[in-house]
Design a protein around this ligand. Structure first.
Ligand code: PMP
Length: 377
């Protein structure tokens, strides 16, 4: 027998009551019954996004919302500032290049947060930049950017601020409207505790002005279609009915706990994970660690790929390895979504057991103890 524990920064575990809700017989999406669900989901999403603006939903993974943020705000030839501090920041640039936009890159050392002053400098130099694209939690490095400080800078310019909160939403705070975030986007398979398949995006008034001017080609991701449908509590295309039904339930769970409590829980789990790793003599990868995921340096002499593989194949604990240039160099433990104290204990204990088995000098229980002490605080 083997029990599996999903501890990756997406997909994340789905609560049993959400799974059961999604197992019910299908209903049709153009019915009053479904409209009730749409209404609740749209209201719930606004609360989680902390925005008064509509949050639109696509049937796609998170990258669909990233693409939508590019093709709806910009036109070919337009300039946009892109913070590149990891794989997902880079993806914004790749999307823009494929649509013929000009990327003004801000290359940030991986594992470090963006310095808002560098954004100010880029905007001062490129007054015609239409938008600034950045990431709340750069999942590939486990780094959280200070979006509030970035918003303070960008609000003084014409450029709109776009934030990829695919993995950060519900773990790292995002006060969309209060912080001047014009476009916030996310996906279903992370803090929202659902399977993959939905992507979300909100637009401020400043962003809608850019939408009116955008000449980039688009059809499925044309946000005007979604806005028009939303006004009639409808969706422009066949809705991902099952996922919406699950979302209604997962939003109810989140909002019953309260956004403040949800964020505090993530902070506590993240803190316990970080303390545990440090107690084991391991080094955190990020200087600004996210509360969604903890990235840890693979210690010298240990095969990082084998560490993650052994945890998964021998012990049933699926963590994430490093991506791109970090392959084999870090491992990542998520504490995101449907997670609580004992999930952290499982992950920490597994790291101890695997490292011990690989010959790393470790005192069993030292990390677990540090985590327990942090969780009891
Ligand atoms: N941005 C971030 C920060 C992410 O973590 C991810 C997924 N790991 C994405 C974008 C892309 O989302 P998806 O894989 O759902 O397309």
């Amino acid at each position: 027998m083997k029990k599996n524990y999903l501890m990756t920064p997406g997909p994340t575990p789905v609560p049993p009551e959400v799974l059961l809700e999604m197992a019910r017989p299908l209903i049709h999406h153009r019915t009053p019954q479904y409209q009730e669900i749409l209404k609740k989901v749209n209201e719930g999403l606004k609360k989680v996004f902390k925005t008064k603006y509509d949050v639109m939903t696509f049937t796609s993974s998170g990258t669909g919302a990233m693409e939508a943020s590019v093709v709806n705000l910009l036109s070919p030839g337009d300039k946009a500032v892109v913070v590149r501090g990891g794989k997902f920041g880079e993806r914004f640039g790749e999307i823009m290049t494929s649509y013929g936009m000009e990327v003004i890159p801000i290359d940030v050392t991986w594992g470090k947060p963006v310095d808002p002053k560098s954004i100010k400098a880029a905007l001062d130099k490129n007054k015609d930049a239409k938008a600034v694209y950045t990431t709340l939690c750069e999942t590939s490095t486990g780094t959280m950017n200070d979006i509030r400080a970035v918003g303070e800078v960008v609000k003084n310019y014409d450029a709109a601020l776009v934030v990829d909160a695919v993995s950060g939403l519900g773990a790292d705070d995002l006060d969309t409207d209060a912080w001047g975030v014009d476009v916030a986007l996310s996906g279903s398979q992370k803090g929202l505790m659902l399977p993959p398949g939905l992507a979300f995006i909100s637009f401020s008034d400043k962003a809608w002005k850019l939408v009116e001017k955008s000449k980039a080609p688009k059809f499925y991701f044309d946000v005007k279609k979604y806005k028009k449908s939303l006004e009639k509590t409808d969706t422009p295309f066949t809705s991902a009915i099952t996922l919406f039904i699950g979302l209604e339930r997962s939003l109810a769970i989140i909002l019953a706990e309260g956004m403040g409590a949800v964020l505090a829980r993530h902070r506590k789990l993240a803190d316990a994970t970080r303390r545990a790793m440090q107690a084991l003599g391991l080094e955190l990868y990020s200087s600004s660690p996210s509360d969604a995921v903890t990235a840890v340096h693979v210690p010298a002499g240990i095969d990082g790929g084998a560490l993650v593989k052994t945890a998964r194949d021998t012990y049933g604990v699926t963590m994430a390895g490093g991506q791109a240039e970090l392959k084999g160099k870090i491992f990542r433990i998520a504490h995101l979504g449907f997670m609580e104290n004992f999930d952290v204990i499982v992950a920490v204990s597994c790291v101890e057991i695997v490292l011990k088995g690989m010959g790393f000098k470790i005192e069993l229980g030292k990390g677990v103890r540090a985590a327990e002490e942090a969780l009891l605080k």
